[in-house]
Design a protein. Structure first.
Length: 425
């Protein structure tokens, strides 16, 4: 019977080592496991302990760079953090296919975010909605006073939108405060402004402001990318036609569209992790945008133009920043931004959209050409060989043999390693 209690008063007040000792006793962790968990890698303890609560250690994912990217006539090395095999290699390979001319062309909208205020218990809500619009200038001016720095830099509140929505608790007035957050992700700024105007809205409507928070449905913060590739660059006319067919299937079938978009997000989220973005917000916004018509659709499309060239395009909301938050706290995120060399959040959004398009091309090409498993299995086999203890040339020898024999398993990797080591004696 488990009599252990997870009720630990003041746990958050304890030092990292004290918290780790408590957890180690709880879980029966070995000294080796404690030392592994205690290793924060390239994240200083003080920063780790300030970023989130109850820290007891760190977990490191590989940090890589994708090569070959040419975006808007400029070359980039793209930092990516991800655990899935073949993603970085696939992105680099697809980027090479899309290098002709100026490469991938990308454009991002202005960095507008939405702050929402939901007003309940309002009588004559449609009339009160008009009263809000009547005082729009006053409300926007009040919101501007909450962030003088943003205003000085050219950002700030831009507009006010008002809707009345019927719900199970009756009509609700929903006010959208549209804010240009410039190079920030914008959550803190937008939330502060939304909270500041809520009392004014309550006085105008006689209602109660229930929710005052940013919306991650970032429909005014879209990034687009498009590119052309010769059929020869992707493996021939037949492969190009099959890529288009795969794109069409995603348009028609939501089950396929989800996986289609997952491939896009492999690239985008890898860049988001490297640069310490709020990747949960990015995912939520992207998938909401994919379903905006009422049916879940692909975020990218592939077609053949009049010259027989393979063309791809993507449109996706990207709520990202290069100032504030973890982006400017985490030392690796700062290095990632330096490697990228981006100067604005809009430029970062353009790079991320371009990476998403390239990643999508790589996935579709693999699917219609050799099957997605071939590349995955090659890297998986190498990983198993390494896990089994192989080093140097033995890694590839064992991996190639497992693939050739169709037995890509850890136990077989260990057996092969033993055979090779015996043969060397």
């Amino acid at each position: 019977m488990n009599n252990k209690s997870s009720r630990i008063p003041g746990f958050y007040k304890k030092s990292l080592d004290e918290r780790l000792r408590i957890v180690a006793e709880w879980a029966g962790l070995s000294e080796e496991e404690v030392n592994i968990l205690r290793n924060l890698g390239n994240l200083p303890e003080k920063i780790a302990d300030s970023m989130i609560e109850n820290v007891i250690g760190g977990m490191t994912y590989p940090f890589a760079v994708a090569v070959n990217f040419r975006i808007n006539a400029r070359d980039y090395l793209v930092p990516m953090v991800i655990e899935e095999t073949s993603v970085v290699a696939a992105a680099s390979n697809a980027a090479k296919m899309l290098r002709r001319g100026d490469g991938i062309i990308a454009r991002a909208d202005k960095q507008y975010m939405i702050g929402q205020i939901h007003l309940v218990n309002v009588s004559a809500p449609r009339y009160k909605a008009m009263k809000i619009i009547e005082r729009k200038d006053e409300i926007l001016d009040h919101a501007r006073q909450q962030d003088s720095t943003l205003i000085r830099l050219g950002g700030g509140p831009r507009d006010l939108e008002v809707r009345v929505v019927d719900t199970r608790i009756g009509p609700v007035i929903i006010v959208h405060l549209i804010v240009d957050v410039l190079d920030a992700m914008g959550a803190n700024t937008v939330n502060t402004m939304a909270e500041s105007i809520a009392p004014i809205l309550e006085k105008i409507t006689g209602g109660e402001a229930r929710l005052r928070i940013i919306s991650n449905n970032a429909i005014y913060r879209l990034a687009r990318a498009w590119a052309r590739a010769s059929p020869e660059d992707v493996g021939g006319e037949n492969i190009a036609k099959k890529i288009v067919e795969a794109s069409i299937l995603a348009e028609a079938d939501p089950f396929r569209a989800v996986t289609h978009n997952k491939g896009i997000m492999n690239g985008i989220i890898a860049v988001a992790l490297a640069t310490a973005q709020d990747h949960r917000a990015i995912e939520a916004g992207a998938h909401a945008y994919a379903a905006r018509t009422g049916q879940y659709k692909p975020l990218s499309f592939w077609e053949l133009d009049e010259e027989g060239m393979l063309t791809g395009s993507i449109e996706i909301p990207l709520q990202i920043g290069i100032v504030g938050g973890a982006t400017r706290v985490h030392p690796i995120a700062k290095i990632a931004l330096k490697i990228l060399g981006v100067k604005t959040a809009r430029e970062l959004a353009e790079v991320m959209a371009a990476v998403g398009l390239a990643q999508n091309l790589a996935a579709l090409r693999a699917l219609v050409h050799e099957g997605i498993q071939r590349g995955h299995m090659k890297l998986h086999a190498r990983n198993l060989a390494i896990m089994a203890g192989a080093t140097g040339e033995l890694i590839d020898k064992i991996a190639e043999r497992m693939i050739k024999e169709g037995r890509i398993r850890f136990d077989y990797a260990k057996k092969l390693l033993e055979e090779y080591l015996k043969g060397e004696k």
